[in-house]
Write a protein that binds this ligand. Sequence first.
Ligand SMILES: Cc1cc2nc3c(=O)[nH]c(=O)nc-3n(C[C@H](O)[C@H](O)[C@H](O)COP(=O)(O)O)c2cc1C
Ligand code: SF4
Length: 404
Amino acid sequence: MSKIDPFAPAILGNLNLRNRIIKAATFEGMTPGGVPGQRLLDFHKEIAEGGIGLTTLSYCTTEADGRIMESMMWLHDGIRDELSALIAELKTTGVKVSGQVTHCGHFSQNKDLKRDQPPKGPSKMFVGIGLTAGRPIAPAMTHEDIAHLIETYRNAAAFMKDVGFDAMEIHFGHGYGLSQFISPKTNKRTDEYGGNHEKRMRVPLECLAAARAAVGDDFPILGKISMTDAVKGGITYEQGIEVAKSLDQAGIDGIVPSGGTSSYNSMYLFRGQSIAKGMAAMASSAASKFIYKIMGPLMWKNYPYEPTFFLEASKRIKETVGCPVIYVGGVSTRADLDRVFEAGFDFVQIGRPLLIDPEFVKNAQHDPVYDSGCTHCNFCVPLIQHPDGIRCVLKDKKEVAHVA
Ligand SMILES: Cc1cc2nc3c(=O)[nH]c(=O)nc-3n(C[C@H](O)[C@H](O)[C@H](O)COP(=O)(O)O)c2cc1C
Ligand code: SF4
């Protein structure tokens, strides 16, 4: 019997949730032209009706040029009505709504840039994903760019509170904009924004402070981090603890410890079958299929799936910080859920298993040997680029199996 009941109501910051189970951000790919609509609503509503406490609209960027690709939503007045209506409709199910707030920094293939500038990171460097947009070298941000970036977090946070979000989750990990400052692999600056831990944390902490100033203390701000970049020259697990400590000291309302980066080793944050298979399946030409088949093992390192794969590392974060810690990674069965709460975590985030089974919460609550059925095939991952967005490729088969 776990100490904390995951299914009982709980408070996160000052936010009342009907339970401790949160939908992890999984970029939906359902905002064509950056506009949220019916498809995004249906996706989250189905999961909300399944009983989770808080859902997370993924990858809401702080400005148009914070998008990795054109189909991402950026937080601005042009979508105010659509977004307010979507959030209000979701809340009718009893769920609370959070949004993951991001900026891609230099990790971009977006060709629809609104500022008259290429995407930039902390330091000038080669960026593989930029090749597809004809921009293999990303310049370093100037002090003016940094001030602008911080301002985008202030504006985005104010906008989120205004349109009805209940909470926000700032992305400090996975190789995106703020993580590029945190990581010594991508931050080679020698000014006040690069060098030791304090200097590399300066921009992320200033973005957090700007967001906090905009929303006040009664609006939960969570932070997703990479405990390690798991790549040579990047953040180590030891350094990841310091990152969590700094965010805790800065007054964050909860930390979501993840790991890896989308730029260098994306499989580290998912685990399971390489996404090369899904990429090959989605490729339109025989040549691209062939390339993914041959190059896939070189492009995506293999990290086999293990249940609750970040548990031991995340426990170290939990032991160190005072704020709530929201476990994420490999919670696919009732046994996984129990293991997380027995380890003392405050909340849990679930990604893929909610794609295959939106009723995870109801089913796990009533079945002590519940298994969502997610095989960690990761075919859902490349679908972030599909015109219809993500879905579990096994979901329909599973429904058929249940009926039978
Ligand atoms: C299709 C898909 C898209 C994802 N997009 C995001 C994202 O936009 N932001 C993020 O922080 N993590 C993203 N993730 C990672 C998940 O939030 C989560 O950290 C990871 O899947 C491990 O949790 P799980 O085992 O419960 O799926 C994505 C995962 C999937 C499967
Ligand atoms: S496609 Fe379905 S079974 Fe495969 S990883 Fe995604 S959610 Fe799990």
